[in-house]
Design a protein around this ligand. Sequence first.
Ligand SMILES: *Cc1c(COP(=O)(O)O)cnc(C)c1O
Length: 406
Amino acid sequence: MQSKDLVQLAEQFGSPLYVYDAEKIQSQYNRLTKAFSKVDKLRINYAMKALSNVAILQLLREMGSGLDTVSIQEVLLGLHAGYEPEKIFYTPNGVSLEEIEEVTAMGVQINIDNLSILEQFGTKYPNVPVCIRINPHVMAGGNANISVGHIDSKFGISVHQLPHLVRIVENTKMNIVGIHMHTGSDILDIEVFLYAAEILFDAAKNFKNLEFLDFGSGFKVPYKKDDIETDIEELGKKLSKRFNAFCVEYGKELTLIFEPGKFLVSEAGFFLAKVNVVKQTTSTVFAGIDSGFNHLIRPMFYGSQHHIENISHPKGKERFYSVVGYICETDTFANNRKIAEIKEGDILCFRNAGAYCFSMASNYNSRYKPAEVLWLSGEGHLIRAHETFEDLLKNQIPLPVSAATV
Ligand SMILES: *Cc1c(COP(=O)(O)O)cnc(C)c1O
């Protein structure tokens, strides 16, 4: 999709606005399946916490994707979007046994990531097929907040605890059908990923009934021009070969699973916001927009650098700006960023706004969450309406007047 389409959508639906390009989601999905075309049984489970709008879930379901969920509410949304329970994986961290039992009853594939719950669950339900999340203790790279496979991480069962794990499985006679790892976001080094995969293969040999191996995700996508990204094609070539060899060794054709979030939706997303005010100070020029970290928290939360363009006047002379939001505390999207000269009223476009943007939005400062639009076959479809004052009041219970006045 082109900048002029985005400008038109901002006029039509107002700002701030999230826009997602269906074609880009499709092409990323196809790129991944193509890279692993040598694997007979490949399954992609979209990690829906990245972007959980039901229309996006429907779109991915149509492409043949399964779903990776981390909460019972995500499971409910997935079922609502028409996914069959068998197509949904549930990969939570630190949830209660009760929640796991509820999800099991829905027919969803559960993934257990600690020995305590594994033992309790196995004792109660020896026949339910279970996947185990292993922590291979491999640091795949990237931001410390999103790296989850390293030694201090709270995720997964340490690979060093395998003897204990195997004992629990033998004692309870539970049915282990899959092994899973997710080393976190931003894999830069394929060799490190392959090394972690070897640890998973080794662990897999302890279980006789496996049906799949789940390699998680963490594919890095480019955020700016010439940015490094995970070489999916290279990973596909190397891991497919190794995976197929492992299946021969194991004596059974297993399913290879990935559960990408960011890779599928990050680049498909655009966040559009209007410049309310251009403010010259002694140190910089601020461009203040009609949004804040309540709508897009990644720059403040992770220090993410979203590329920003002035799509209203893309041809202007480039100048340096600090792009800031309206939240009443530090709320910076970008410092010293070169952007085509900004006039008040211009629409700025933030790239890579598909993953972990709307899904992390809040009502902080009592602002409404923005609308979402899906760009499909050359047309903008509203897939979430802009919030209204009623949404802010929903579920709030005011005191009776007499109590409020004491
Ligand atoms: C968040 C998450 C993913 C997706 O990670 P991305 O970096 O967005 O691809 C996959 N698996 C699990 C278990 C997750 O928690």
